[in-house]
Design a binder for this molecule. Structure first.
Ligand SMILES: [Zn+2]
Length: 274
């Protein structure tokens, strides 16, 4: 009897264990089905990111130009001012030497000076200057080369003379330079020429009414020259309007400067020269 009772108890235990096992198996498999089903929605969600993924590539082309337009690059600085990309130049090259009220070139002198019509120039601009002058004369205009290279000591004497004529610090009452202190005059670079008309040699703003000025200021960039001190840039150049002072910077840069209405300081600022 005991054996039989033991078998029954054992049989009940086995039955209970089977029921428990079956319960967990059933309750686990639907869950695993849920988990199996869950990936579908999550795959559906994941199938959205690919769409977002489609959106990301479309964002990438927007992001791609940004690295090329580094805000600290010449093109980036130009874009911030709504200007086209400036020429690819070496701003430390001789054509871009800056001399102004805040940039002294000390006692610099051009490596080689060449005389043209009694004035001296840096030899590197002579061909361009001759072409510019000849082209203007070919129009029947009366070009007069008024002033070019001045040495440091020439400029020192010139400055003292102008100060003696009633321009304290070499400036007008409006605070703009009539002439620069020695070391700060662009004439010391040998890269400039004051150009007037044979029949209108006075250097004042009325020279802009001459045909010579109208032609030369419209075509200077074709020969690599810029009008260095425009009327609307006195606050930036620090120099009064000088419709006779042309500066050589090379054709590419001169074209960019004149077509975009910049002064030399604004142009150099695009390359980080402040
Ligand atoms: Zn000048």
């Amino acid at each position: 009897m005991k054996k039989r009772g033991t078998r029954i108890v054992f049989g009940i235990i086995v039955l209970i264990l089977f029921c428990v096992y079956s319960y967990f198996r059933i309750s686990t498999s639907p869950r695993s089905r849920d988990v199996g089903a869950a990936p579908s929605p999550s795959q559906a969600v994941e199938s959205l990111p690919p769409e977002n993924g489609d959106a990301q590539p479309s964002e990438e082309p927007v992001e791609t130009p940004e690295p090329t337009l580094d805000p600290n690059s010449p093109a980036g600085r130009a874009a911030a001012l709504n200007l086209p990309a400036p020429p690819d130049i070496d701003v430390t090259s001789w054509e871009f030497m800056l001399a102004n009220g805040t940039h002294s070139i000390e006692e610099y002198a051009p490596p080689e000076l060449v005389s043209v019509e009694g004035l001296q120039f840096d030899s590197r601009i002579v061909d361009a200057l001759n072409a510019f002058v000849q082209n203007t004369r070919d129009q029947g205009l009366n070009v007069y080369l008024s002033s070019a290279y001045r040495s440091y000591s020439d400029q020192a004497a010139n400055f003292q003379r102008v100060v003696g004529n009633g321009y304290p610090d070499g400036k007008t009452s409006a605070g703009f330079y009539v002439t620069m202190p020695a070391g700060c005059s662009e004439h010391q670079t040998g890269l400039v020429c004051d150009i007037t008309d044979v029949y209108y040699p006075l250097k004042n703003s009325s020279i802009e009414n001459t045909e010579t000025f109208k032609y030369m200021s419209a075509h200077c960039q074709e020969f690599g020259f810029i009008l260095r001190f425009p009327s609307d840039k006195e606050d930036i150049t620090g120099v009064m309007y000088e419709p006779w002072h042309y500066r050589y910077v090379g054709v590419e840069s001169a074209t960019y400067i004149m077509e975009n209405g910049l002064c030399f300081e604004e142009f150099l600022a695009l390359y980080g020269v402040e």
